[in-house]
Ligand binder design. Structure first.
Ligand code: PLP
Length: 478
C-alpha cells in the first residue's frame, strides 16, 4: 500500500447528518428529541462515561478543517493550515489533523513533544514562544521544526545549538506590525482596553522593523540557519475580516522593507490565528456574540488574499506561501461539554442551577466572559419556561451561563454547552482540587475515551510532605 492510498483511506468522505435541529454538520437534536453528537445520543454518553464530560466529534473537526482550508485555497495558490495545537492538544486530535494534512503551531516543549509523538511531519510544525528554553530550542532544531524568533538573543542561541548538532535550523521571525490603519479601530476588547493598535503594541510579542532587519542580516551570514518565514498573530482582538486584511497587507509591506534593507524576501508569511466562527444561536465573547452574522472562512480568505496579492503586485514581490494558524475556529465547533444538574436553588430575584461542570473546565466563561450556548440534553427542544443562572460547584461564583432561558431543570438532568472544543480541556484547571474530566471522541455511532478522567490519586499523588513537617505532626513525645 502506498503512502498516498493510506492517507486517502484515513481521511474519509464526510456526509453531514440530518438532524431535527442542526447545531453543526455533526451535532444536533436527534430522532428521540435528545442532543446528539454525530450518531451518538449525548444522554447515553453521559450515562456511560460520567460527567463532567468533554465530547469531540471527529467528523465535525474534519469537516470544519476542510471548509477553512478550502476557503483559503479558493483564493490563494499556496496555502498551508497549521492547527493551533494549544486550542486542543489531545493526541487523538493531533492524529486527526495529521490525517487531514494539517501542520501545527506549538507552544512550549510539551506541545511540541505531543505533536512529534503523534507523528506530525516536523516540517509542517512551527515553534512559537516569547521565552524559549535551550532544551526547547534543541528539540525543535533536532527535529527540523521552524522556530519563530521572538527575542534578540534567540538567533545566537539557535546558531550555537544548530552548530553543535551539525544541522541547519529553519527560522522565522515574529513581527511587531505597525498596524497604523487600526489606530482608531476598537475590536472585541479581549486583551484589555484600547484600540487594536494600542492592544497589539502593548503585548510582549514580536520584533520591531529595525530588530527584524538586524536579525535577517546576521542570519544570512550564518551557515547553520535558514530563514523561512515571517510571522504575526493578530489574535482575538477583532472579528472583522477587514482588520485581518490590514494585517495581511502589512506582512507584505514588511517583506518589501526586508528586501530593500536586508536583501531577503520571505518565501512564506504565517498570519497566525484569531479567526472566529459564528453560529445561528450565538457563541463567543459575551455581548458581542458570534452569531449568523459572524464572518465565514470565505469572508476572511477573500479579503486577506486580495490584500496580499494587491500589496505584492504594488511592491513587485513574488507571492509568498501563506500559512495560517487557526485554533478556535477549527476545534471550537467540534466540542460539546456536558454537566449534570445537582442543587437547584431559588432566591429572591434569581434561580441558580448548580452543575458538576465548572469554570475550571470551561475557563473562558469566567476569564473572557465567554458565551457558550447551553441546551438541555434530554428533550432538547423543550420549551424554555424560566430564566436561570447556570453555575458550577467551585467556591467562587463559578458562572457558566447567566440569565439563560431553560425548561424547569431538576437534580439529575443534563445540560450541554455547545462549541466547547477549543481551549477547554487544554486550559482546564484544578481549582478546589477538582478532578479533570474525561474526553470521548465520537465517530459515527462509536464513542471512545481519548482522555482519561482524573482520579483522586492524580491530584493527591503530586503532593509531598517534607520530613520535618511529618516529624512535627506525628513524632511521638515522651
Ligand atoms: C501564535 C498563535 N497562533 C495561533 C493561535 C490560535 O488562535 P485562535 O485559536 O484564536 O485561532 C494563537 C493563540 O493564542 C497563537 O498565540
Amino acid at each position: 500500500m502506498t503512502h498516498h492510498s493510506r492517507i486517502r483511506q484515513q481521511a474519509p468522505t464526510l456526509a453531514p447528518v440530518d438532524y431535527a435541529v442542526q447545531f453543526g454538520e455533526f451535532i444536533g437534536i436527534g430522532p428521540n428529541g435528545n442532543l446528539w453528537v454525530d450518531g451518538c445520543d449525548v444522554a447515553e454518553l453521559a450515562e456511560r462515561f460520567g460527567t463532567p464530560l468533554y465530547i469531540i466529534s471527529e467528523n465535525q473537526l474534519r469537516h470544519t478543517y476542510r471548509v477553512f482550508r478550502d476557503a483559503f485555497r479558493a483564493h490563494y495558490p499556496d496555502v498551508e493550515i497549521l492547527f493551533a495545537n494549544k486550542s486542543n492538544n489531545g493526541l487523538a486530535i493531533r492524529h486527526i489533523m495529521n490525517q487531514e494534512g494539517a501542520g501545527g503551531d506549538c507552544f512550549g516543549a510539551q506541545e511540541m513533544y505531543m505533536a512529534l509523538l503523534a507523528g506530525t511531519d516536523p516540517r509542517t510544525l512551527v515553534l512559537n514562544g516569547s521565552n524559549k528554553q535551550d532544551s526547547e530550542l534543541e528539540m525543535a532544531i533536532a527535529n527540523g521544526l521552524c522556530v519563530n524568533i521572538d527575542a534578540m538573543d534567540e538567533l545566537d542561541r539557535i546558531d550555537v545549538i544548530a552548530r553543535r548538532l551539525g544541522v541547519v535550523a529553519d527560522i522565522g521571525i515574529r513581527l511587531k506590525l505597525d498596524l497604523e490603519p487600526l489606530t482608531g479601530r476598537m475590536g472585541v476588547a479581549m486583551h484589555g482596553p484600547g484600540t487594536l493598535k494600542q492592544q497589539s503594541d502593548s503585548t510582549k510579542w514580536g520584533m520591531t522593523r529595525e530588530q527584524t532587519v538586524e536579525i535577517v542580516r546576521r542570519a544570512q551570514a550564518m551557515p547553520s540557519v535558514q530563514l523561512k518565514e515571517t510571522h504575526f498573530h493578530l489574535s482575538r482582538m477583532s472579528n472583522d475580516p477587514a482588520d485581518f486584511a490590514v494585517m495581511a497587507r502589512e506582512m507584505i509591506t514588511w517583506s518589501g522593507h526586508l528586501r530593500d534593507h536586508a536583501g531577503w524576501i520571505p518565501p512564506c508569511i504565517d498570519i497566525g490565528g484569531g479567526w472566529t466562527f459564528g453560529k445561528w444561536y450565538g457563541t463567543g465573547p459575551n455581548s458581542q456574540l458570534d452569531d449568523a452574522s459572524a464572518p465565514t472562512a470565505d469572508d476572511y480568505a477573500r479579503l486577506c488574499c486580495a490584500a496580499i496579492k494587491e500589496e505584492a503586485a504594488r511592491l513587485d514581490l513574488p507571492l509568498p506561501k501563506l500559512r495560517l494558524e487557526p485554533g478556535r475556529a477549527l476545534s471550537g465547533p467540534a466540542g460539546v461539554a456536558v454537566g449534570r444538574v445537582g442543587a437547584v436553588k431559588t432566591g429572591a430575584t434569581r434561580k441558580w442551577v448548580n452543575l458538576d461542570i465548572s469554570t475550571n473546565h470551561l475557563s473562558w466563561a469566567a476569564v473572557l466572559d465567554w458565551y457558550y450556548h447551553a441546551v438541555p440534553v434530554v428533550d432538547a427542544r423543550a420549551e424554555a419556561t424560566e430564566t436561570v443562572d447556570l453555575v458550577g460547584p467551585l467556591c467562587n461564583s463559578d458562572e457558566l451561563g447567566k440569565h439563560r432561558r431553560m425548561p424547569a431543570l431538576t437534580r439529575g438532568d443534563l445540560v450541554a454547552f455547545l462549541d466547547t472544543g477549543g481551549y477547554t480541556e487544554s486550559s482546564a484547571a484544578r481549582y478546589n482540587a477538582q478532578l479533570l474530566p474525561a474526553t470521548v471522541l465520537v465517530t459515527g455511532n462509536h464513542a471512545e475515551i481519548t482522555t482519561e478522567r482524573e482520579q483522586l490519586k492524580d491530584v493527591a499523588g503530586r503532593f509531598r510532605v517534607p520530613a520535618h513537617l511529618l516529624a512535627a505532626s506525628f513524632a511521638r513525645g515522651d
